[in-house]
Design a protein around this ligand. Structure first.
Ligand code: FAD
Length: 393
């Protein structure tokens, strides 16, 4: 191993935690600073579940990364020592003429998927209603990540790691990029050889205005439901479903282990000026209830056990993730997260740990990770050859 670095990481969401573990396992010393408790229930990462699906129908690179993420989570599951990846599969709804090419794209990326026509869909999952004439690609090597369990297990590992210092309830108020340091709310200064900002939806408050101005804050409502006992059998083995309804972008996370059924849709992700609570307003829960009533025949409002709002920031140019190189490969900011940033976190963490120790990581297939934008003076450049990134997981 080369020089031992001291790395300061701001943020104890999935990106900060896994990167801290990667850096420590590579022999470096790490201080992770988190403004709340660890893990923080307000972090975007802290939810009952997140979905892993490899197929991104218009993006071969992201699909390759999705296949790699599937394998990486199996390794993390073993390392963390908790059952946290339930491979119940994932279903991507598509117009029939797109199904074969999507399946071919998945196969070319090393993944496996079956093409399903409307008859097969209705026969296999009669408790769901797919759009008339729609087909789908079904992936077996995909499913549900129990997000809160993963965070708890990662914190546990870090707490017992001799090269790691965890500072919970410690807010960073400012970055000093030139000095490779962060200034804490109590005035203390923490200096590292390398810095990483993985502050999720709070990133805008720490980054230089040229970067912060490019980040768009979104707020999204999710419904949590308990499926009635007589339907348990039907729901066992139901995959995660993306694009259950193309118009609203409705998606569904099936109940697994003790985690509930999760329902949401892109149409309830709205741009907001600031972080302001997590209570779900009736307007948005009603929209979701109305949206899912025809999509999940048998759905009853009495199933709903809870609702919560969650925040994420997206790059205004791509609509997706954004990695910034703030100082010649020594200070990075994982500034924006796309819909799939939880599932891709093992790839992000590995890539960041290599970069932070001065190495050149192999490409992941994710444009935003493979080509971090360097902050210069003036306007932040657009990513080379940028395409809109997929906003869903
Ligand atoms: C409704 C919804 C559904 C999603 N579904 C999926 C999915 O199915 N699959 C998927 O892959 N992805 C999904 N995502 C995206 C994914 O959950 C997030 O992109 C990811 O968890 C972000 O992780 P993070 O570590 O970057 O940020 P976070 O988890 O938000 O963590 C950031 C941490 O930084 C801390 N922090 C911030 N500022 C400071 C400061 N100044 N000082 C100290 N600490 C600070 C915060 O307290 C927080 O703990 C979803 C997102 C949403 C909103």
């Amino acid at each position: 191993m080369g020089t031992v670095m001291r790395t300061v990481i701001v943020g104890g969401g999935v990106v900060g935690l896994l990167t801290a573990l990667e850096c420590a396992r590579a022999g470096h010393r790490v201080t992770l600073v988190e403004q709340g408790r660890l893990p923080n229930p307000h972090a975007a990462s802290h939810d009952r579940h997140r979905v892993l699906r490899a197929l991104h129908p218009d993006d071969p690179g992201a699909t390759r990364a999705g296949v790699a993420a599937h394998h990486a989570w199996r390794v993390w599951e073993a390392y963390l020592g908790v059952r946290c990846y339930h491979q119940v599969g994932a279903l991507t709804g598509l117009a029939p003429h797109r199904v074969d090419s999507a399946r071919a794209l998945l196969a070319a990326a090393g993944g496996g998927g079956h093409a399903l026509d409307p008859i097969a869909l209705a026969r296999r999952w009669p408790h769901l209603c797919f759009p008339a004439g729609a087909g789908a690609v079904y992936e077996e090597r995909a499913g549900v990540l129990l997000a809160d369990r993963i965070l708890e297990a990662a914190v546990h590992r870090l707490r017992h790691h001799p090269r790691v210092q965890l500072l919970a309830h410690t807010a960073v108020v400012r970055l000093d990029v030139a000095d490779r340091s962060v200034i804490l709310a109590d005035g203390r200064v923490l200096r590292g050889d390398r810095l990483l900002v993985a502050a999720g939806a709070w990133a805008r408050t720490l980054l230089p205005p040229v970067a912060a101005d490019r980040l768009v804050l979104h707020r999204q409502t999710v419904l949590y439901c308990a499926v009635p006992r007589e339907q348990h059998h039907a729901w066992t083995g139901t995959p995660a479903v993306a694009a259950l309804d193309a118009g609203s972008g409705a998606w569904l996370v099936p109940p697994v282990a003790d985690a509930p059924l999760g329902l949401s849709a892109h149409e309830v992700a709205r741009v907001v000026p600031s972080l302001a609570g997590r209570d779900a307003a009736v307007r948005w829960t009603r929209t979701l209830r109305e949206r899912f009533a025809p999509l999940v025949p048998g759905f009853h409002p009495g199933w709903i056990t809870g609702a919560r709002d969650c925040y994420f920031v997206a790059d205004a140019v791509t609509g997706g993730a954004l990695l910034l190189d703030l100082a010649d490969g020594e200070v990075f900011a994982d500034a924006a997260s796309a819909g799939g940033s939880f599932k891709f976190a093992p790839l992000t963490a590995r890539m960041l740990a290599i970069r932070l120790s001065g190495g050149a990581p192999p490409p992941t297939g994710l444009r935003s990770l493979d080509r971090p934008l360097r902050i210069g003076t003036g306007r932040l450049p657009d990513p080379p050859g940028h395409l809109p990134e997929q906003r869903t997981w």
